[in-house]
Design a protein around this ligand. Structure first.
Ligand code: ADP
Length: 491
C-alpha cells in the first residue's frame, strides 16, 4: 500500500502542503510584526519630539533622574510600553529610564537609523535596543539639550520587549491566531481535495493495471476505458490499439499454421495415391512376372508410368507455386502481341479439345495490341485457364478465348459452357488444393493448384483474376493486361 503510486503522490503532496503552510506562517508572522512596528512607529513618530519640552528643564545643569522618572511614571500611565534613553551626539548612552528591570547590554547605539529617522525616511525604521543586543525595534527620536550640549538625543524605544518573537506576538494576538486557524483550515481543505483528486487519477491507472494484468493472463478481449483525452487516456488508447494488433497478428499466425497443416496433409495425400498405385502395379509385375502375358505387362507398366507422370506434374506444380508465392520469381516485363500468344496456346490445346469433342475458338480484335507482361508467366496462367475450361466442359460444349481492347488495357476472357461452379465454392477455388468435386477430380488428376498458380502469376503483375459462373450454364475467367503506352502493330 505504502509503495503504491497513490501513497507516494499523496505523501509528496502532504509534505509540500505542510512545507508551504510553515513558510507562509513564518512569512505572515514576520509581515504582521513589521506591520505592527510600522503602525507603532507611525503613531508615535513625534513622541520624542513631544517629550523634549517636558524633559529639557530637568536637564539644564545635571540629569535630574528623580524628576525625569516622575514624568515618565506619569507618561507610562498612558503608554506603558516605552523606554527612554538619553544619547550624546555619537550615540553613547547618557542615561536610561525604563519600566522594565532588564539590564543594559549595549552602551552605544547605531546612529544610522537615527539619522534616517531625522531626515524623514519612510517608516518603519528599526533601531538598536540597548537592553537587547542584536534586536531592532521601532523608535522615536528628537534632539534635546543636555547640560548645555545641544546635539544630544532623546531616544524612545517603542513596544519595549513585548514582541521580541513571532511566537510571542501570535500568543498575544487573537486576530493573528484566528487568521492562522483559518489558514490551517484552508490548507486542510486543499489537502483533502488534493488527496481526492489523486485518488480519482490513480483509480484510472489501477483500472489500466487490472486490464493489462488480465490481458497478460490470456483474456485477450479486455480493453481499457479510455475516458478523457489526456495522457492517461492516450496511453489507454495506445494499449487498446496494441492489443488489437496483437490479437490480429495472433489470428493471422493461427491461420497460417492451420494452412500449413492443411498443405502438409493435402500434399502427403496427393503424393501417396499415385505412389501407392505405382508400387501396386510394379509389385504385381514383379510377383506375377511369369503369369503375365506381354500385353498385360505393358498395361501395368503404362499405368505405373502414368502415375509417375502425375506425381512428377504434381511435384512440379507445387514447386512452381511455392517459387511464385515466395516471390522467388521476378516477372520479366516485355512488350508482346497478346493475340499471337492466345493464338499459339489455342493451337496447342486444339488436339485436346478435339479429343473431348469440345469446340475451342479464339476471338481476337482486328489489330494486334501489344501488352506489357512476362510472356512466359502469362502463357502459363492462360494455359491453366484454357486447360480447365476444356477439362470441365462436357462433350459438345464450347470454349472461347476473347480479347477486348479497353482503355489502356486488354481484357482476356476464357469462357466455357461447362457445369459452372456453385456460388459457395467460388470464393475458394483460387485456394491451393481446393476442388469443387473432390473425389472425382482427384481421380482425373487435377491437384487443385492450377488456379492458385494463375492467380499468383497475375498478382505478380499487380492484376486480379476474376471469375463469373452460373451452375449449368458455364464459367468465365477474366483478367486484363496493360497496353504498351504507344501501341504498335505486330510484325
Ligand atoms: P484442378 O487441377 O483441380 O483443375 P484448379 O485450381 O485449376 O485445380 O481448379 C480448382 C477447382 O475449380 C477445380 O477442381 C474445379 O472444381 C473448379 N474449376 C476450375 N475451372 C473450372 C471451370 N472452367 N469450370 C468448372 N469448374 C472449374
Amino acid at each position: 500500500m505504502l509503495n503504491s503510486f497513490y501513497a507516494k503522490l499523496s505523501g509528496l503532496f502532504l509534505v509540500m502542503i505542510v512545507g508551504l503552510g510553515i513558510v507562509l506562517a513564518v512569512l505572515g508572522g514576520r509581515t504582521a510584526q513589521r506591520y505592527a512596528d510600522e503602525v507603532e512607529q507611525k503613531l508615535n513618530r513625534t513622541l520624542a519630539q513631544e517629550m523634549v519640552p517636558r524633559f529639557e528643564p530637568l536637564l539644564k545643569d545635571s540629569i535630574d533622574r528623580a524628576g525625569i522618572r516622575e514624568k515618565i511614571t506619569d507618561m507610562t500611565g498612558i503608554n506603558r510600553r516605552i523606554e527612554i534613553y538619553l544619547l550624546d551626539r555619537q550615540g553613547e548612552l547618557k542615561a536610561s529610564f525604563a519600566s522594565s528591570a532588564t539590564a543594559i547590554d549595549q552602551q552605544r547605539i547605531d546612529m544610522a537609523p537615527i539619522r534616517r529617522f531625522m531626515s524623514g525616511d519612510d517608516l518603519p525604521i528599526l533601531g538598536d535596543d540597548p537592553r537587547d543586543q542584536g534586536e531592532h525595534k521601532p523608535f522615536s527620536v528628537a534632539h534635546i539639550e543636555i547640560m548645555g550640549r545641544k546635539q544630544c538625543y532623546l531616544y524612545v524605544i517603542l513596544g519595549s520587549e513585548q514582541y521580541a518573537s513571532v511566537a510571542g506576538m501570535i500568543e498575544d494576538s487573537y486576530i493573528i491566531q484566528g487568521a492562522l486557524i483559518g489558514f490551517g483550515l484552508i490548507l486542510l481543505v486543499v489537502a483533502g481535495l488534493g488527496l481526492l483528486l489523486f485518488r480519482r487519477l490513480t483509480q484510472r491507472l489501477r483500472h489500466m493495471q487490472h486490464v493489462v494484468a488480465n490481458f497478460e493472463q490470456g483474456h485477450f478481449d479486455q480493453r481499457i476505458d479510455e475516458g478523457a483525452n489526456d495522457e492517461i487516456g492516450q496511453l489507454a488508447a495506445c494499449f487498446n490499439r496494441m492489443a488489437d494488433t496483437l490479437v490480429e497478428t495472433m489470428e493471422e499466425l493461427r491461420q497460417a499454421d492451420r494452412m500449413r497443416r492443411e498443405l502438409v496433409a493435402n500434399v502427403s495425400h496427393d503424393l501417396r495415391s499415385p505412389l501407392a498405385s505405382i508400387q501396386g502395379y510394379l509389385e504385381t509385375v514383379h510377383m506375377k512376372d511369369g503369369d503375365l502375358d506381354s500385353d498385360e505387362r505393358q498395361r501395368y507398366v503404362k499405368t505405373a508410368l502414368r502415375n509417375a507422370q502425375r506425381l512428377n506434374d504434381l511435384v512440379g506444380e507445387l514447386f512452381e507455386l511455392s517459387k511464385l508465392e515466395t516471390e522467388q520469381v521476378e516477372p520479366t516485363i516485355e512488350s508482346f502481341p497478346i493475340a499471337e500468344l492466345v493464338q499459339d496456346i489455342v493451337m496447342q490445346y486444339e488436339p485436346q479439345a478435339e479429343a473431348q469433342a469440345v469446340e475451342l475458338r479464339a476471338e481476337l480484335p482486328e489489330h494486334h495490341a501489344r501488352v506489357e507482361a512476362d510472356i512466359g508467366l502469362v502463357e502459363r496462367a492462360l494455359s491453366n485457364l484454357i486447360d480447365n475450361a476444356i477439362h470441365y466442359t462436357p462433350e459438345g460444349g464450347h470454349v472461347r478465348v476473347l480479347l477486348t481492347n479497353r482503355e489502356r488495357a486488354v481484357r482476356v476472357e476464357v469462357e466455357d459452357t461447362g457445369p459452372g461452379i456453385p456460388e459457395d465454392d467460388l470464393p475458394h477455388i483460387f485456394e491451393r488444393f481446393y476442388r469443387v468435386d473432390k473425389s472425382r477430380d482427384r481421380e482425373k488428376g487435377g491437384a487443385g493448384l492450377g488456379l492458385a498458380i494463375a492467380k499468383t502469376i497475375l498478382e505478380l503483375h499487380d492484376r486480379t483474376l476474376e471469375v463469373e459462373s452460373t451452375v449449368g450454364e458455364g464459367t468465365t475467367f477474366r483478367f486484363s493486361l496493360p497496353l504498351v503506352a504507344s501501341p504498335t502493330r505486330s510484325s
